[in-house]
Design a protein around this ligand. Structure first.
Ligand code: ZN
Length: 143
């Protein structure tokens, strides 16, 4: 039976020192009480990769959602053009804010994706608007 701080066995099961639950020797946490079975490995993991506790910039999430919506609704162009422009502006604002704060918040990539999605949606909506306009003009000539 293992105890906190004992070296990790290579096979079999580890009994949780806190609640007695049998755990696979591969698991870091107890499946029943979620306590760390190998605290020294948790510390080692921290040294290798510090936990990312930063929060997402809310603007970056909002702009990303708008960017995705923009792509989904780029067929209905008057609305999607406005939506895409907002997505791009919010994405740029979010990126600027995150970079200015020295990346204290997450969402830099998310904001970049909103700018990309927003631009694609904008291009799509504008081309559809142009095609639609041309179609109307040619059908007027046809009469
Ligand atoms: Zn436990």
């Amino acid at each position: 039976m293992g105890y906190v701080g004992s070296p990790r066995p290579y096979t079999g099961h580890m009994k949780c020192p806190f609640c007695g639950q049998e755990n696979s020797y591969l698991s870091l946490n107890c499946t029943s009480c979620f306590a760390y079975i190998y605290p020294e490995e948790k510390e080692a993991a921290k040294l290798i990769k510090p936990e990312d506790t930063r929060k997402y910039n809310p603007l970056s999430i909002l702009s990303f959602i708008l960017g995705i919506i923009g792509i989904m609704v780029c067929l209905c162009y008057p609305m999607s053009i406005i939506n895409s422009i907002i997505a791009i502006i919010l994405g740029i604002m979010a990126r600027k804010k995150i970079l200015k704060d020295g990346k204290k918040q997450k969402g830099e990539r998310l904001a970049l994706w909103s700018i990309i999605c927003g631009s694609l949606a904008l291009l799509g909506s504008i081309s559809i608007a142009i095609v639609d306009y041309m179609w109307k003009i040619t059908s007027l000539y046809g009469k």
